[in-house]
Design a protein around this ligand. Sequence first.
Ligand SMILES: Cc1ncc(COP(=O)(O)O)c(C=O)c1O
Length: 313
Amino acid sequence: MAYDNPNFFHTKSSSINEEISLEPFSISGYSLFMKREDRIHSEVSGNKFRKLKYLVEDMKVSPKRAILTFGGAFSNHIAATAAMGKLFGIPTVGVIRGEELEQYKENNPTLQYASGCGMRLIFISRSDYRDKDQGDVLKRYVSDLHEYYIIPEGGTSSLAVKGCSEILSDTDTKFDYVAAAVGTGGTFAGILNSLQPHQEGIGFSVLNGTFQKEILGKFSNNTHYHLTDKYNFGGYAKIDSELVRFINKFKEIAGIQLDPVYTAKMMYGIMNLMKEGYFRKNSRILAIHTGGLQGIEGMNLRLKSKNLPQIEI
Ligand SMILES: Cc1ncc(COP(=O)(O)O)c(C=O)c1O
């Protein structure tokens, strides 16, 4: 096994902050920076790098010799786990939501990528996926389940949260607000754990609701945050022409590619909160770019099939 890839999780543990000029967006009175976690590694990027770091270390000292994890058709977590497995020589299995996807897998860039990294894909029905933690549901698909180190959906666990608490570095204490997109809540919980008392966390739920508060409370004692789903564009992976236009404009002006599922909704939300006067005047805001760029190709295929404008890459 090639577990000891010496330069992987250890060499580069902090990413740079880039200033975003707000004038072209007709906003003034704040300074906005983006932490380029998407640049931290070419294949295991953003919050996935952080989430997998300690999980891989834990797996190395466990008797398990392969990883099994879960995700949807365009999952960043599936892509990153597959890439990490390839880099470390760890066999990986991805349990994918939706058995109908098997016949379309050749047309799905995320699944193609994962499978190209050597990940074995197992497609299960949506109802079994929902019940996957119950009884013997998974054993019907994976007979030797006990052999696997299981990483939960979205990669969220206490070790993942520990990794995400390393996103911020000492110099980031100068910011008044730190913003992140929120799916399961693990990444934001890690960020909350490393905030100073004068800093407020701003979480943008990309799902319907702010039920992640429960997870946040489980993994962090910090309650100094604001969590909203107001900028979720209708729910998980929902997108319209306005968001596509925003992504393309942001890239043109700031030179930074946003992903449509997470970081674009966060950035759109930040700018709207600025316009609505949520932030204190002259405050400094740090937005975390949590990666997810691999999902753009798949989203563009969906936009194309609906004759909608596409995201410029
Ligand atoms: C690119 C990206 N950003 C943000 C998130 C949200 O992370 P979490 O599920 O820990 O809230 C995810 C999901 O893992 C993601 O893929």
